[in-house]
Design a protein around this ligand. Structure first.
Ligand SMILES: [Zn+2]
Length: 156
């Protein structure tokens, strides 16, 4: 899968190597709708909002979607069940699913863990005035591209 297809997610990251892994299974039950079940993991760089340096964040985002192909099928689902609509060819948009879940897996405000951050909360405004130092080699998404190529659905 091309990195461009998760552009909204990429825009949230700082420069640096990113790694994303995807586990995905489809389960079919006679008692209910088919489901896509999986977990996103990996580690990605974001900018710490205290010190404005790069912080590597671990991703761990489980997900479960009921697959539906019509309004009628969707209406039968329990209210609280996440659903994914199949397109007219009976396929799901995997990149859309992945991107939404990736974005959800990021913290709203990325910070270093306590004790690992050089900055103070009070320095946030100061940080905005000074340019961010870039010490890291620029290799945006060198790992993500390769990993997301392996996104074929597995059936069990
Ligand atoms: Zn920090």
């Amino acid at each position: 899968m091309a990195v461009e297809r998760v552009a909204r997610f990429r825009d949230l990251l700082a420069d640096g190597p990113a790694e994303v892994t995807l586990k995905l299974q489809f389960s079919v039950s006679p008692m209910g709708p088919a489901q896509a079940v999986g977990r996103l993991g990996g580690s990605v760089p974001q900018t710490c909002q205290r010190c404005l340096q790069t912080v590597m964040l671990e991703l761990d985002q489980p997900f479960r979607f009921a697959l539906v192909d019509s309004d009628r099928a969707e209406g039968k689902l329990p209210e609280d069940m996440d659903r994914l609509r199949l397109d007219e060819n009976g396929r799901i948009s995997l990149s859309e699913l992945i991107e939404d879940e990736l974005i959800l897996s990021l913290p709203q405000i990325p910070w270093h863990p306590a004790g690992q951050c050089d900055g103070q909360v009070a320095s946030m405004l100061d940080g905005l005035k000074s340019p961010v130092e870039e010490t890291e080699t620029r290799r945006p998404f060198s790992g993500l591209d390769a990993l997301l190529k392996n996104d074929k659905p597995e059936s069990d």
